[in-house]
Design a protein around this ligand. Structure first.
Ligand code: URA
Length: 236
């Protein structure tokens, strides 16, 4: 069956759909000896598809893993500085998995990884507005005005954030704990939002991603999502 090239490249676990589109635009993909253009469709069983001169590997079985990322791990497959990376924690999972989005080095919690480029593309696309909830520890207390600002949207260097939900605010000595739910995925967004309202973050843990939570996992542990869970993620 003919399918768009970027979808086939993503299904083979080589890259996300978006990245594959870049490869096609850069002329790195050929179909039956001809440089492919964006929008071209091909049949992996009949057509000879090459990326950088190498044949497309057969589509891997799609896998999606939910990892409890510990603090101190880089969200990547490799780190040029030699720090520990999240994929080291996946033990027996043999598929080449890529993280969906990222958590900072010092952020812990729920991270999804997959070789399913289609799933990664759907979940990372800003228009899909997947809700992500963080347990946040702030230095100091959260004034009603600061809370309102977080909820309404905060002006950051890269523009106004969308409205967020604040829940379960609890003061503990010189710190405040709260749950913050956002549906954007900007770089260091939670830390920057809290800092912008005058409350630096001293601990950050992602506790929910859409309908998924960490369940009984401990830092460094993971589990494979069921087919049903993957289908629900694709339907979001
Ligand atoms: N927001 C942050 O500031 N850091 C993360 O790791 C995730 C969301």
């Amino acid at each position: 069956m003919k399918q768009r090239l970027q979808k086939l490249i993503a299904a083979a676990g080589l890259a996300s759909r978006r990245k594959a589109e870049g490869w096609i635009a850069d002329g790195r993909v050929t179909v039956n000896g001809q440089v492919a253009e964006l929008g071209v469709q091909a049949d992996p069983e009949r057509d000879r598809i090459l990326v950088d001169g190498r044949p497309l590997p057969p589509a891997e079985e799609p896998v999606c893993v939910l990892l409890y990322k510990p603090v101190g791990y880089v969200t990547s497959r490799r780190d040029p500085q030699g720090r520990p990376v999240v994929t080291e924690l996946l033990g027996k999972v043999r598929a080449r998995l890529f993280p969906i989005g990222r958590l900072d080095l010092n952020t812990e919690g729920l991270l999804l990884l997959t070789n399913d480029g289609d799933l990664a593309w759907r979940l990372s696309h800003p228009s899909h507005e997947v809700s992500k909830t963080y347990l946040v520890r702030l230095q100091g207390s959260l004034s009603p005005q600061a809370r309102q600002q977080l909820e309404n949207g905060v002006q950051l260097e890269d523009g106004l954030t969308a409205s967020a939900k604040v829940a379960r605010v609890r003061q503990a000595g010189s710190h405040t704990w709260l749950e913050l739910s956002i549906h954007e995925g900007r770089n260091r967004q939670v830390r920057r939002m809290c800092e912008a309202v005058g409350c630096p973050v001293s601990r950050l843990k992602r506790i929910r991603y859409a309908f998924l939570d960490l369940g009984g996992l401990r830092p460094g542990q993971h589990r494979r999502l069921s087919r049903d869970e993957v289908a629900r993620l694709k339907d979001l």
